[in-house]
Design a protein around this ligand. Structure first.
Ligand code: FES
Length: 192
């Protein structure tokens, strides 16, 4: 009788569980690669969808047309105008609408008006111009500001925020619209 033996596989439980583990690892690897390949076509869309969230917000004003010099003629008193502009959030673009208010204070014929934000630098209420006293007054906590925007009294930590004015064409009045943090003694621009 031939006692030579062919190689035997080791049927021990230890060997069997090793093969099970290798099989499991291969299965997981295949699933991971399959998942990655399946998602790959969606990556460009994902980048487009999330791009507004990755975009850095910038400081710097936005030039906005307010009115004409002709509309300011005939009075030395400041007049309040709406600041109308388009707006956009992370994903949407909105039609032009009022976003703020501004006072245009005439400075005499031939001079561009000065522009002051109506937003009180204390906590953000809208100031009113009082023609009797020649002051801008805030109804919320009684801050008052002189014709040049300087604080006269009240809790406001700084004067009214003045915005740069540009005359375009014959007589169009444009302002460099910016927003600033309230409650601060220095102007800190809010990025848009
Ligand atoms: S918000 Fe104007 S004084 Fe407080």
């Amino acid at each position: 009788m031939d006692m030579s033996t062919s190689p035997q596989t080791d049927p021990s439980p230890a060997n069997s569980s090793g093969e099970d583990r290798r099989g499991l690892v291969k299965g997981l690897l295949a699933a991971a690669i399959g998942g990655f390949v399946a998602l790959f076509p969606f990556f460009p869309g994902l980048l487009v969808l999330t791009s507004p969230l990755r975009k850095n917000r910038k400081t710097g004003g936005q030039m906005i047309r307010i009115t004409t010099l002709g509309a300011l003629a005939g009075s030395d008193s400041p007049r309040r105008f709406q600041v109308i502009a388009g707006r956009r959030d992370a994903w949407n673009k909105f039609s032009p609408e009022p976003i703020a208010g501004v006072y245009l204070a005439p400075q005499g014929e031939g001079n561009p008006p000065r522009a002051f934000s109506v937003t009180c630098p204390h906590l953000g209420c809208a100031v009113d111009y009082n023609g009797d006293t020649g002051e801008y007054q805030c109804p919320c906590h009684t801050s008052a500001f002189a014709a040049d925007g300087q604080t006269l009294y009240g809790p406001s930590p700084r004067g009214l925020d003045e915005l740069a004015v540009e005359i375009r064409g014959e007589d169009e009045v444009w302002i460099d619209y910016k927003r600033f943090e309230v409650g601060k003694s220095k102007q800190i621009e809010i990025p848009s």
